[in-house]
Design a protein around this ligand. Sequence first.
Ligand code: HEC
Ligand code: HEC
Length: 362
Amino acid sequence: MMRQRFMFERALCAVLWVAACSQGAGDGKPGDIPYERLSDYGFFVGDLRDLEPAAGVVPYRVVSPLWADHAGKARFVVLPEGEKATFDPGETWSFPPGTIVIKNFFFDLDRRDPGGEARIVETRLLVRDETEGWVPYTYIWAEDESDAYFHAAGDRIEVHFVDENGAEAEQEYIVPNTDECDSCHARDDETHLLGLVTPQVNFEGELGDGTVGNQLERLADAGIFDGPIPATDTLPRFVDPFGTAPLTDRVRSYLHANCSHCHRPGGDAAQAGLDFTAFDPDPLPAKLGVCKEPVAAGPGTGGREYDVVPGLPDESILVYRMESTDPETRMPELPIRIPHADGIALVREWITSMEPVGCGTP
Ligand code: HEC
Ligand code: HEC
C-alpha cells in the first residue's frame, strides 16, 4: 500500500513539472511519461487487475457508451494533488496539466453472465500536457493480467469466451495505433475528451459503488471542480439509449456517442454534412440524414439513395452501413468491426416510427 501511494505521487510529479517533487532525483522528470508499465503510475491498489482505485482516482461512467465489439469499460479520472478542473455545462471542462483520464477495456469470459469474470486486455490514457493538450497512450495487458505494458504501435488480441449459447468462441480485438486515436478524439486538429463531458455524466442511477444518485454531483463532491456547479437538473443531459426515455431522445443519445465524434462540424467526417451531436433538441432533419443524399455514391450506399428514408429502414444507407461487415462500408469505421445488434435495432425502430413522406417526391 505504502509503495503504491509513493508511486502514485511520483507519477503526478512526473507529469506536473513540479519543482517541489524534484527531490525524487531523476524519478520526477516529465520525460518519464509514458511509463513502461501501467503499475508504475500507482492508479490502483491491491491486485492491479481488480482496478481498485487509489486515493484521488475517481471512477465515472457515461450514460451512453461507445460500442466497442462487446468490450466492457472501466473509467477513472485523476487530477494532480491540490489541482482542480473548471466546470462547463457543455463539453469543455478545463483540466489542469497532469490530469489523466483512464479507460480500461475488458471482455466477459462468459457472455451469459455479463459483468461476471472478465479478462482485461487494454488500458488507454489521455494525459493533459501543458503545451500539447491531451496526449494518448496505450497499455496492453499481459496474458496473465499481472500488468500492462506501454505499446504505441497497436495490436490484435485473440479473446476467448463462452458465447450466448454456451459454446466456446473467440474474437480478434483490435487495439488501435496511438496515431489512430485522433480519428475520433480530434476536432479542428485538437484532441478532445468525448465522454467526460456534462451531458454524458449528468445522470441519476446506480453509481458503481452500490449507491444511487446523480453522478455529476458525485464528481463535484469528490472535489474535482474549482467551485460549485449549477443544479444538475438545469444542465444538459443525455439519456440511456436502452432505457425508458422517448425513442427520439434515446436514438439521438446513441448516435451522439457512437457517431458524432466524426460526424459533426470539425470532426473527421465533417465533409459528409451530417451532425449526430445530441445538443440541439430540434435539428434540421437533414443533419440526421433524413432524406439526405450521400456526398459520395458507390459501394457505401448499397444502391440506396438517401441516408435515412422515413418509415423504411431497409432503404436507409445509415442502417445498411451499420449492418455491414465490409471494412470499406461499415459504420462506425475501424477499429470497431462487429455490428451492434441493439444499436441497429434502435435505429431501425426510430426510422420505422417516422411518417413515410417519400424523399424526393414533390
Ligand atoms: C472509434 C472512435 C475512437 C477511437 C479510435 C478512440 N476513442 Fe477513445 N473514446 C471514444 C469515445 C466515443 C469515448 C467516450 C465514450 C466512452 O467512454 O465510452 C472515448 C473515451 C476515451 C477515454 C476517456 C476520456 C474521454 O474522452 O471521455 C480515453 C482515455 C480514451 N478514449 C483514450 C483513447 C486512446 C488512447 C485511443 C487510441 C489508442 C482512443 N481513445 C481511440 C472514441 C474513440
Ligand atoms: C471514425 C470516424 C467515423 C465514425 C465513428 C462514423 N463515421 Fe460515418 N463516415 C465517416 C466518413 C469519413 C464518411 C465519409 C466517407 C464515406 O462515405 O465512407 C462517413 C460517411 C457516413 C455516411 C454517408 C453520409 C453522407 O451523407 O455522405 C453515413 C450514413 C454514415 N457515415 C453513418 C454513420 C453512423 C450511423 C455512424 C455511427 C453508428 C458513423 N457513421 C460513425 C467516418 C465515421
